[in-house]
Design a protein around this ligand. Sequence first.
Ligand code: HOZ
Length: 429
Amino acid sequence: MTYEKSINAFKEAYKVIPGGVDSPVRAFNSVGGTPPFIAKGEGAYLIDIDDNRYIDYVQSWGPLIFGHCDSDIEKAVIEAVKKGLSFGAPTLAETQLAKEIVSLFDNIDKVRFVSSGTEAVMSAIRLARGVTNRDDIVKFAGCYHGHSDSLLVQAGSGLATFGTPSSPGVPSDLTKHTFVATYNDINSVKKCFETGNIACVIIEPIAGNMGLVPAEESFLKELRALCDKHGTLLIFDEVMSGFRASLKGAQGITSVIPDIVTWGKVIGGGMPVGAFGANSKIMSYLSPEGPVYQAGTLSGNPVAMAAGLASLKKIKSNPAIYVSLSQKAKRLMDGFSKAAASVGLIIVTDVRGSMFGFFFSKSPVRNFDDALKNDTQMFAKFHQAMLGRGIYLACSAYETGFISTAITDEMIEETIKAAYESMEEIVKG
Ligand code: HOZ
């Protein structure tokens, strides 16, 4: 496999874009090599500008549950495009997509659309603060909730990849209201409540940004009880897990009911969309019904709504896809484990619906500190070896993999075969 055109493209990009990329993880810094510049997607495949073909397990970091260029989503987008790209005025599609989401959840009466997951979470936090009239919030180390100021504290994802606990440029006056607890450790949350007047606790109920690390059911239950005791709102950040872990995201897996939920990715079908929702009482605090301000010219953009609507309707008409996606994810992780074991290596794997993750680690991963103990050098070698065999995995040990419906059983087998070869290659050095 040659990457000549991508190498040149990266050099050119570097001259005019910081680090050559518009989102840090994409630079491949933690796995080495040059990021393939993508020419196009085709179903399960990515094709780069050197004409290399990869089975894609990133799927644009989650949104493309039906793979690239799904004909139904494509058709809906083209029809919407023909009617106009943006109006900054209400359209029917917003109500339709809102209804599709609301109909799935007893705890959600209303949703507000925004343009990204970051925006959804930032707005949900403001809403929670407005509703409770409190400033402090609790987040968990290793959970990533986008790059808004209050939440860039011990975040996972790109920050974990680059080894930075938080970012310069974020005033400490803002982060002093952010308490950081340990994932799956209720005592660490209780400590936050001892000193803070907590508006909300925000959690990725299935963390996907420190690698894949699901919250334990007993922990979520204790979290719910603690929030109820203190009049604190519980926010599930399902930007990644929403419509990925199951039709109802984490809510289809846990019995715990959050007060506010944030979404992104799948609800835009590949277009830039985020959303947050709650019951009518909480949402009534939002402007123009209430005093908490939040706005956006591209919010509810008609083309993005059309893509989201087509995506969600397709999922809802065939919820059995989650069984098959999950089976494929399990087979893949089982195959990776056996491939590692065949050369005397141990990996820790997990699967939630169409999401999968693995760590080069000997001990279980329940929180961010556990995740940080993984062997990132081994991951980098494995990533490179797989890429060279036409397998496109997330380019960081702290991200999650995704199965799309375009990925066939044969592709899973091909990927497992590549894993055996790659594991052998990396132990031989
Ligand atoms: N860290 C982001 C996903 N969890 C990466 C997004 C991107 O680079 O597109």
